[in-house]
Write a protein that binds this ligand. Structure first.
Ligand SMILES: *[C@@H]1O[C@H](CO)[C@@H](O)[C@H](O)[C@H]1NC(C)=O
Ligand SMILES: *[C@@H]1O[C@H](CO)[C@@H](O)[C@H](O)[C@H]1NC(C)=O
Ligand SMILES: *[C@@H]1O[C@H](CO)[C@@H](O)[C@H](O)[C@H]1NC(C)=O
Length: 441
């Protein structure tokens, strides 16, 4: 097979080698991806309930807002030790279990509310992530409120961004209930909550490519169209009012797409009917992340306002069998340390994100007030094949009789579930930043 590199002159010489697997992924059944990566194919009753309830339920305790997040000696300890590598470690049994359940929080998307959908095994809830060199503290909502008061935090990206946001809201709701203050029509692609007692705004922006994209539709093109040199206007327009941005992207780049750059066609991925060069998706995803990070740095650096930027790394899926048969992701326990290696597409996607973040950190140094960090969750997520909804993306899928064919979601994460750990790490990054900046004052 002759592959013409469309990325000639690109600074990342190794990206060419990353091309090779594209042919493999082009062979995966495209219908499957349509199913799993379509953002909101299900009824949104939970959201509707929230909009009714949320205005009445308010935090009752204002004293919690004044509780100090950490003692001085603990701060010293954190500031002096080398930053913990949260990315590597193992899952260990934990009797404590999750902070919340499917009834304590109105924001869990139905398809991820596994307990309420009748998932019978609950062992997957009793594990905590143990990094190799340090301890990851349990999530403390009041620390979050204390550190982020008067701030606007935006989750921007695909359905993994939404999954992570909903986990965060559920954990925060155990201490103070969020008011849903904005919702985009019947959809839940764009939502915003406000924690009145702390003046914290948390929002979610649907932006699966981070850059401008036209999603395939019944009336439009039957593939996605991506403009890799322009950020998605929806979140781009709000950037001036965002203090912390959490980016998440990846899975949508596997879809068939035509790519544009500088007004001309760059190439495509899986577009057999069209006369464009197949270029895979790795190089394009790299460009999209680069565009997003560069835009954030230039805009927020130039106006001197600063911003905190986190990039959540690729979240592996765990399909073992046919997606429409029982047992597509049947495991009920995490992998043990060393049992599952990070490799193939999961490793490649993560590597691109890590490299682009490193480049962005260097670029950001010319400005003050910009803090950038990875949320490197790929490995810890890879080790949780038991954490997906599987057939419980639908309520009681086996209620009538054992069905031969049932859809499985082995991509998103049950709430509560392993994805709560992502936000534990998020909070630790924020805590470290806060301590460092106070010491620099
Ligand atoms: C969920 O949590 C709430 C509050 O802690 C508790 O009252 C309730 O019994 C729990 N529900 C289930 C099903 O465990
Ligand atoms: C509330 O937070 C927003 C940022 O989300 C900030 O612009 C505003 O000044 C804050 N309001 C008060 C009263 O501090
Ligand atoms: C496809 O593109 C090539 C190179 O640009 C061109 O020579 C050829 O005529 C095109 N074929 C069709 C069917 O458009």
């Amino acid at each position: 097979m002759v592959v013409t590199s469309p990325l000639k002159g690109q600074s990342h010489s190794h990206s060419f080698t990353k091309f090779l697997p594209y042919a493999l992924y082009a062979l995966l059944p495209i219908a499957l991806f349509r199913l799993y990566f379509h953002p909101f194919p299900f009824p949104q009753s939970t959201t509707d309930q929230l909009s009714h309830n949320s205005r009445i339920i308010l935090t009752t305790s204002s004293s919690s807002s004044s509780s100090p997040p950490l003692s001085f000696s603990k701060e010293e300890e954190i500031a002096n030790e080398t930053p913990c590598d949260y990315a590597n470690g193992g899952w260990v049994h934990d009797k404590m279990g999750p902070l919340y359940n499917g009834t304590t929080c109105g924001t869990i998307k139905d398809g991820q509310n596994c307990i309420s959908h009748g998932r019978p095994d609950l062992g997957y809830l009793y594990w905590r992530w143990q990094p190799s060199q340090c301890k990851l503290p349990r999530f403390d909502p009041n620390t979050f409120f204390h550190l982020l008061s008067n701030k606007h935090i935006a989750f921007v990206g695909d359905s993994m961004a939404r999954n992570q946001l909903e986990s965060l809201l559920c954990m925060l709701a155990t201490a103070s209930y969020p008011n849903l203050v904005y919702k985009d029509g019947v959809d839940t692609k764009f939502r915003r909550w406000h924690f009145a007692s702390y003046n914290i705004t948390i929002s979610v922006y649907w932006s699966p490519f981070l850059v401008r994209g036209v999603e395939k539709s019944k009336t439009g093109p039957d593939h996605n169209e991506l403009f890799v040199d322009t950020v998605d206007a929806r979140w781009g327009a709000d950037l001036d009012h965002i203090d912390m941005i959490v980016l998440s992207t990846g899975h949508w780049f596997l879809h068939p797409a035509v790519y544009y750059e500088g007004g001309s066609i760059l190439g495509c991925h899986y577009c057999p009917g069209l006369n464009h060069t197949e270029i895979g998706f790795y190089g394009v995803m790299r460009k999209a992340i680069k565009t997003a990070l560069e835009t954030i740095i230039e805009r927020k650096g130039a106006n001197g306002n600063g911003i905190d930027v986190l990039l959540t790394t690729f979240s592996p899926s765990h399909f073992e069998g046919e997606w429409d048969q029982a047992g597509a992701c049947p495991k009920t326990k995490p992998y043990k340390e060393g049992e599952k290696m990070l490799e193939g597409m999961d490793a490649d996607m993560r590597a691109i994100e890590v490299e682009e973040m490193e480049t962005a950190k260097v670029n950001a140094k010319q400005f003050g007030g910009l803090r950038l960090e990875m949320l490197d969750v790929t490995k810890l997520s890879l080790m949780r094949p038991d954490g997906h909804p599987g057939p419980y993306m639908y309520p009681f899928p086996f209620a009538n009789e054992v069905q031969e064919r049932v859809q499985n979601d082995c991509v998103h994460w049950c709430l509560p579930g392993p994805i709560d750990t992502w936000n534990q790490i998020l909070l630790e990054v924020i805590r470290r930043w806060s301590i460092q900046s106070r010491r620099e004052e």
